[in-house]
Ligand binder design. Sequence first.
Ligand SMILES: Nc1ncnc2c1ncn2[C@@H]1O[C@H](COP(=O)(O)OP(=O)(O)OP(=O)(O)O)[C@@H](O)[C@H]1O
Ligand SMILES: [Mg+2]
Length: 297
Amino acid sequence: MTEDPKRLGGPEPLLDVRGLSVTYPSATGESAAVLDATLRVAAGEQVALVGESGSGKTSLAMAVAGFLPASARVTAETLSFAGTALDRAGGAGVPHRTPGMAVVFQDAMTSLDPVWSVGSQLRAVIRSATRCSRSEATDAARSWLVRVGLTDTRRVLRSRPYELSGGMRQRAMLALALAAGPRLLIADEPTSALDASLSRAVMELLRDLAAETGTSLLIVSHDIRLCQEFSDRMIVMYRGAIVDEGPSAQLEATATHDYTRGLLRCVPDLDARHADRLPTLDSVRTETAALAGRGVA
Ligand SMILES: Nc1ncnc2c1ncn2[C@@H]1O[C@H](COP(=O)(O)OP(=O)(O)OP(=O)(O)O)[C@@H](O)[C@H]1O
Ligand SMILES: [Mg+2]
C-alpha cells in the first residue's frame, strides 16, 4: 500500500498510528496479534476496521484506547491522539481513560455498572465532563436519552442496566459514551449482540450522532457490508496486518488484497434474481390470515 495522506486521515489526523504491534505471552513465548499497523483517523471521519475473527481488530483498537491487559506488549513508531503521544508501551498496567476518547463495547452489560441506575451513570459522566449541577445533569441526561431514541426517559433513568433490553442498553451505552463529549469514539462490535434490524438502527444512530457532534468514529466489526454502508473509510485486517484500506463506497474497486476481494465476494447479495421469491410483509399477512381461517393459530 502506498501512503496517501489524504486517504489516511489527512495531513494532521486526529489519531495517528504508525508501526503499531501488539504481542501477547503464549506457551511458546510470545504471539503477535497486530503487526506493524498504520492507520489514521481525521477529525469527524467515520472509519471501520473489519476482518475475520482473530485478525487482531480488538487488539489494535484496545491498544489505541489503552484497554489491553497488562500482559500485552505494545510497540509503536508513532501513537498520537489530538497531537499528544499516547504511552501504551510495555503493558500500561491498569487500563485508564484517555481524555477525549470514549469506548463502546460489544455487550453493554459488561461495561455498564450493574448496581447503579442508568440515570446515575449518565449524570456522573455529564457532571464530570461539564461540572454542572445535579438538576442540570438530569436535564442533559434526559435529552441524551431522547437523542438515542430512549423516549421513556423517566423509566430509563431509574432503570438498572439489567432492566433494559439489549437494544436499549446499547443505546444507553451510546448516550454515555457521547455525553462525555469525546473527539474519538471507538466502538468494538457495537451491534453484534443485536438482531439485524436493530444493528442497522444502532449503526444509523451512531453515524448520525457522530456526524452531528463532530465526533470521529473507529468502528470495529466483522460485518463488512454494514460497515460499507455506515462508514467513510474502511481498513481491512488479516492475520494481524492491515492489508487494505480505502473509501467504503469504492472498496470493491480499490481492494488490492485477495482477502478483501474474497471477503466482499462471500457476502450474500439479495439481488433481483431471487427478489421475487423473498417473502414480503403483505405475503406473510395473507398467509397468516389464511392459516387463521383454517383454524391454525
Ligand atoms: N488477552 C489475550 N491474551 C492472549 N492472546 C490474546 C488476547 N487477546 C487476544 N489474543 C489473541 O490475539 C489474536 C487477535 O485477537 P483479537 O481479539 O484482537 O481479534 P479480533 O479480530 O478482534 O477477533 P474477533 O472478531 O473474534 O473479536 C487472537 O489470536 C487472539 O487469540
Ligand atoms: Mg474482537
